[in-house]
Design a protein around this ligand. Structure first.
Ligand code: PEP
Ligand code: MG
Length: 570
C-alpha cells in the first residue's frame, strides 16, 4: 500500500478505480511557421472556425450542466470567440506564424494581461488558457483534454482541474476528486464543496498511480491510499452509515441543553437562496450582493437591483435575510467601483470604503434594498463590509435610516472593528464576524495564497481572541447603555467559512456568538455536532482553544473534547 497525503477539501470516504485526465496538450514549438501551401488567410479562417467549434462544444456541455457549472461553461464558451484572443492570433498568422503557435501565444498574452489586472480577472486567465488548449486540439484533430467517459463510477485524478472541466462533472460518475496540484481555495476545491464530492488536493506524487488502479480516498484526512485493505473498506462502510445521518438538517440549530443557535445560509443570489431554503436554513446570514453583479461594467439599475434582492427575500418569507452591501475590491473587483491598479487591493478601497471614492452607489443600493424589502415578507437586516471604525458604523447607520431600513449592522472583519466593537455597537443593531477576512488581516496573510494556508487558519488563537473581543464588546455595550441596564447584548453572528467547520462552530457557540451562517451543505454536520454539547461544555472548549499556543493545538484540544466528530466520521 502507498499513501499520498494532501489537503482534504471535502469530507467523505470512497474506494474506486482512478481515471486520469488526458494529458495537457503539448506546446506548439516556438517559431513554428505556416506550412508551405497554407496561406495566412486560410490559417486565419481555420482559427475562426476552430474558435466557433470550441464555443459550440462548450455551449453544448453547458446545456447538460447545472448551477455554477453551467455559468462557468457559458462564460468560458464566450471566450472561445473573444475578438481580443482571435484577433491577436490572426495578427501573428499574418506574419507567417502557424495557426497553432499563434493561438498559443495569443492565449499567453491575454492570460498575462488578465493576471496583471489581479483579483477576479486574474482567475479568468485559467479560462483563457483552457480555451486556447481546446482550440489547438480542434486544429490538431485530437480530443480536448477533458474528463474521461467511463461506464463505471471513478475517482478523477489530475494535476489540477480547469473550471470548465470541473463544471461538467457528473457526480453520479465521478465519486471523488484527487489532484496533485491546486490548493484549498482552488477551483477544484470550490466545485468539490459545492457538489459535495470527497476531494483531496495538493497530493504530491499521486499522479504515479496507474489508470484503473483502485484507491481509497479520505476527503477529511486528506489521504489517498492504493491497494485498499479491510480497514479501508470498513472505513468506507462506516462513512456511508454516518453520511446518511448527515444528509438532512431539520431546521433548528441548538445545543444539547436547548440553547438556540440559528443556522443560516450564505447565498449569492435567488437560486442559492431557493437551495438554502430547501436545505432548511433558518434564514440568510449573508447575501453577497456583489455576486449578483460580478459581470457588470456599470452600476446596476434600481430595477435590476430590486429584482435581484426580491428573488432572495421571496425564498425566506417571515425569516431573517441579512443583506451585505457591495463588497467590491480585492478578489471581487467591480469595474464601476474599484481601481484595479491599486498596489495592495486587500488593503485598499474595498467594501464600505468605496463610498469614499464613488459616493452615491451605496445610498442607491440601500434605496433598492428598502424597495425590495417593502414588497416582501422577509425580515431584512442590512450590513456594511469592511467597517473599521465606530464613525464609519455611525455613518452607515445614518444612510440606512435615511433609506428607511431599520436594522443596520456591520461586518467585523478588520481587527480594529473587533477591538472597538463596544463603540461600534452603539451605532448599529448587530455585528457579523467575517472570519475569512478577519483571519487574513489578523495574520497579515493574503487569503488567496496557497503557501500561506497555514497562517490563514481561523483556528489561529489570535483570530479566536478577536472573536472573543467582539462578543465581549457587545456585552460591554449592553452593560453601558444607560437606559437599558438589563438589556441583552446585541446579536453577534459569524458568516465566515469558520462557521461551516463543526468543531469550530462549537467554539464559536462557546465564545457567545448568536448565529452561524454557512454554505447550505454544511448545515447537517454543524447541527449534528452542536447538539452533542451544552453551552457550559462549549464554553470550556472555547476557553481551551483561545488559550492554545497554535492553531494545531487549538484544533486538537477541541477535537479531543468532541467524540461526536469521530462517531460521525467528521
Ligand atoms: C468574510 O470575510 O469572512 C466574509 C464572509 O466575507 P467574504 O468572504 O465575502 O469576504
Ligand atoms: Mg470579507
Amino acid at each position: 500500500m502507498q499513501n499520498f497525503v494532501g489537503v482534504g477539501v471535502f469530507r467523505g470516504r470512497v474506494i474506486g478505480p482512478v481515471r486520469h485526465m488526458p494529458p495537457a496538450l503539448t506546446e506548439p514549438p516556438a517559431g513554428e511557421k505556416l506550412e508551405g501551401s497554407t496561406t495566412p488567410e486560410a490559417a486565419a479562417a481555420s482559427l475562426k472556425t476552430a474558435g466557433a467549434t470550441v464555443k459550440e462544444q462548450l455551449l453544448e456541455r453547458a446545456g447538460r450542466a447545472e448551477g455554477a457549472g453551467k455559468d462557468v461553461l457559458e462564460a468560458t464558451a464566450l471566450m472561445a470567440t473573444d475578438p481580443m484572443l482571435i484577433k491577436a492570433a490572426i495578427k501573428l498568422v499574418k506574419t507567417g506564424t502557424s495557426a497553432e503557435r499563434a493561438i498559443w501565444e495569443a492565449g499567453d498574452s491575454v492570460a498575462q494581461m488578465l493576471t496583471n489586472l489581479g483579483g477576479y480577472m486574474a482567475e479568468r486567465s485559467h479560462d483563457v488558457l483552457d480555451v486556447r488548449s481546446r482550440i489547438v486540439a480542434v486544429l490538431r484533430g485530437v480530443p480536448a483534454p477533458e474528463i474521461p467517459d467511463s461506464a463505471e463510477p471513478f475517482i478523477l485524478l489530475a494535476e489540477d482541474l480547469a473550471p470548465a472541466d470541473t463544471a461538467t462533472l457528473d457526480p453520479a460518475k465521478v465519486i471523488a476528486l484527487v489532484t496533485a496540484g491546486g490548493g484549498p481555495q482552488s477551483h477544484t476545491a470550490i466545485i468539490a464543496r459545492s457538489l459535495g464530492l470527497p476531494a483531496v488536493v495538493a497530493a504530491a506524487g499521486v499522479l504515479g498511480v496507474a489508470d484503473g488502479d483502485v484507491v481509497f480516498v479520505d476527503g477529511s484526512a486528506g489521504i489517498v491510499s492504493t491497494e485498499p485493505a479491510d480497514a479501508e473498506h470498513a472505513a468506507v462502510a462506516v462513512w456511508q452509515e454516518k453520511a446518511s445521518l448527515l444528509s438532512v438538517f431539520d431546521g433548528v440549530g441548538q445545543l444539547a441543553d436547548g440553547t438556540l443557535i440559528p443556522l443560516l445560509a450564505n447565498v449569492g443570489g435567488a437560486k442559492d437562496a431557493q437551495e438554502a431554503a430547501a436545505a432548511n436554513a433558518q434564514g440568510v446570514g449573508l447575501l453577497r450582493t456583489e455576486f449578483c453583479f460580478l459581470g457588470n461594467s456599470t452600476e446596476p439599475s434600481h430595477e435590476d437591483q430590486v429584482a435581484a434582492y426580491k428573488g432572495v427575500f421571496e425564498a425566506f418569507p417571515g425569516k431573517k435575510v441579512v443583506v451585505r452591501t457591495l463588497d467590491a475590491g480585492a478578489d471581487k473587483p467591480l469595474p464601476f467601483l474599484t481601481d484595479t491598479t491599486e498596489p495592495n487591493p486587500a488593503l485598499g478601497v474595498r467594501g464600505y470604503r468605496t463610498d469614499i471614492t464613488t459616493p452615491g452607489v451605496l445610498a442607491r443600493q440601500l434605496a433598492a434594498i428598502a424597495d425590495a424589502a417593502g414588497s416582501s415578507q422577509a425580515e431584512v437586516w442590512v450590513m456594511a463590509p469592511m467597517i473599521s471604525t465606530p464613525a464609519e458604523a455611525a455613518d452607515f447607520a445614518a444612510l440606512c435610516t435615511a433609506a428607511g431600513l431599520r436594522v443596520p449592522g456591520v461586518m467585523v472583519e478588520v481587527p480594529s472593528a473587533a477591538l472597538t466593537a463596544r463603540h461600534i455597537l452603539n451605532h448599529v443593531e448587530f455585528a457579523s464576524l467575517g472570519t475569512n477576512d478577519l483571519t487574513q488581516y489578523a495574520m497579515a496573510a493574503d487569503r488567496q495564497l496557497g503557501p500561506l494556508a497555514a497562517l490563514n487558519d481561523p483556528w489561529q488563537p489570535a483570530v479566536l481572541a478577536l472573536i472573543q473581543a467582539t462578543v465581549e464588546g457587545a456585552v460591554e455595550q449592553a452593560r453601558h447603555s444607560a437606559s437599558l441596564e438589563t438589556s441583552a447584548p446585541k446579536p453577534v453572528g459569524v458568516c465566515g467559512e469558520s462557521a461551516a467547520d463543526p468543531a469550530l462552530a462549537v467554539v464559536l457557540a462557546g465564545l457567545g456568538v448568536s448565529s452561524l451562517s454557512m454554505t447550505p451543505r454544511a448545515l447537517p454536520a454543524v447541527a449534528a455536532v452542536l447538539r452533542t454539547v451544552s453551552l457550559a461544555e462549549a464554553k470550556v472548549l472555547a476557553y481551551r482553544a483561545v488559550g492554545a499556543s497554535s492553531a494545531a493545538e487549538a484544533r486538537e484540544l477541541v477535537r479531543a473534547g468532541l467524540p461526536a466528530l469521530a462517531e460521525l466520521g467528521l
